[in-house]
Write a protein of this length. Structure first.
Length: 431
């Protein structure tokens, strides 16, 4: 289904050719003059099964690569240009005696070949393509729409070379559009199927504001973004950040993060937090390269919660300060020192870990026994509680008496000097 969605234009043309053959059967070459409209419609007709299959195979090969690089609409326009120009020239230079989708196929395959090759190899590829055309002229005879092939090849090749020569120099981080959705989901899926499904659902339901894609010649190489913290205005969390597998090791991940940091600095963001994990897939740490990149940017691990997502996968949070942010005066500390536990909820992306909700109270710690008992009844294995550092200090002894332990803190979360301290209570004795 993902392949069909990512190459919808290609498979739409594929379907039109199948439908035309199913309804009309093998097409005979029109020797008598026919209406101009029929000449263009004959593009979707084929002389026999081998003719149809050969064109469809080449259509899928060239179309999928092209559509992944330039998107649905540009692929659609490329096909239309090949049909319009190639068919018109063939009709003008020879006659109406031709059928088949081979003109657009030549355009798509030529684009795919040249666009995926190094520029230094273009001359060699052009010579190979010229050799194929020459062989068709010499040995193909009137059974081949040679002018449709030639001009479609020129259109596809020119499009590939024009985009590479005169397009943007190097990749650029641009706001994500809905047209990028299928490619972004594919990139995430290369690393984690579950993340891909979750990201797609989030984008469709919550929108794609504050998300960016790394584009080069219309091709999506990666995705990055941020989400605003729900408690602090000048703090954000790094959102879905993934790079295409075949682009790894080229510094593009660092390029995306650096560009995003620049955008966040301009918005007055004080600090960026990065939530990740130590997910191990058959002995391979999936996010090891990302962790290395975060560290190179100066981010430090501020919080680690063992057995958080699953019994074998910990939650890891990096913190990255914005060095250009003006701290200003420290906030006044609240007079109340107590907290009242108001409820619990399953933590996102976890198995049996519940977070406690709370509100300030004049003094003391209320409601914690009831909340923990409720989590036990729901089959929870751990309880977490995140508090401002002043309230954490004031209630530390009481929390410890309820078998809670500090597992880390997010520095300067609420403001400079006011941290978020995370407490955890293991209900299965495995913490």
């Amino acid at each position: 289904m993902d392949v069909l969605r990512a190459s919808s234009v290609t498979f739409a043309v594929f379907g039109l050719c199948i439908l035309a053959y199913w309804q009309n059967g093998a097409a005979s070459v029109p020797y008598d003059p026919i209406p101009i409209s029929d000449v263009f419609l004959n593009v979707f007709m084929h002389g026999d099964i081998p003719h149809l299959l050969m064109n469809l195979v080449m259509l899928v090969l060239g179309g999928q690569i092209t559509e992944q690089r330039i998107g649905h609409w540009q692929t659609f326009l490329l096909i239309i240009a090949c049909i319009a120009v190639g068919t018109s020239v063939q009709l003008a230079m020879v006659d109406q005696r031709f059928v088949g989708i081979s003109g657009p196929v030549y355009g798509l395959v030529t684009y795919a070949v040249i666009a995926t090759a190094e520029p230094k190899n273009w001359w060699f590829l052009c010579l190979v393509i010229l050799g194929v055309i020459t062989l068709e002229i010499l040995f193909g005879g009137r059974s081949i729409a040679i002018y449709a092939h030639i001009f479609s090849t020129l259109i596809g090749g020119s499009y590939a070379m024009f985009g590479s020569l005169f397009g943007s120099k190097g990749p650029q981080l641009k706001p994500m559009q809905l047209t990028h959705l299928s490619k972004v989901v594919q990139i995430i899926k290369e690393t984690d199927d579950d993340d891909a499904a979750e990201a797609e659902n989030e984008f469709l339901n919550d929108g794609i504001e504050d998300m960016f894609v790394l584009l080069e010649r219309g091709e999506v190489l990666g995705v990055i973004g941020y989400s605003h913290d729900d408690q602090v205005d000048d703090v954000v969390w790094l959102s879905w950040t993934y790079l295409r597998k075949d682009c790894a090791g080229e510094g593009l991940g660092a390029y995306m993060l650096n560009d995003l940091l620049g955008k966040l600095k301009a918005k007055g963001i004080r600090k960026i937090f990065i939530a990740t994990s130590d997910y191990d897939h058959f002995g391979k740490l999936i996010y090891a390269a990302a962790h290395k990149m975060y560290a190179e940017f100066g981010a430090a691990v501020e919080l680690t919660i063992p057995a958080y997502h699953t019994v074998t996968e910990a939650k890891i949070v990096y913190g990255l300060d914005n060095p250009e942010f003006d701290a200003g005066p420290s906030p006044a500390m609240p007079s109340s020192t107590g907290i009242s536990i108001t409820g619990s909820a399953l933590e996102p992306e976890t198995e049996g870990v519940f977070g406690l909700t709370w509100q300030e109270a004049p003094v003391g710690l209320a409601g914690i026994d009831y909340a923990v008992d409720q989590v036990k009844m729901r089959g929870g294995r751990k309880v977490v509680l995140a508090l401002p550092s002043d309230l954490s200090d004031a209630n530390a002894d009481t929390l410890k008496s309820h078998k809670f332990e500090v597992c880390g803190r997010l520095d300067n979360y609420y403001n400079f000097g006011l941290h978020q301290v995370w407490w955890i209570c293991s209900l299965d004795g495995k913490y």
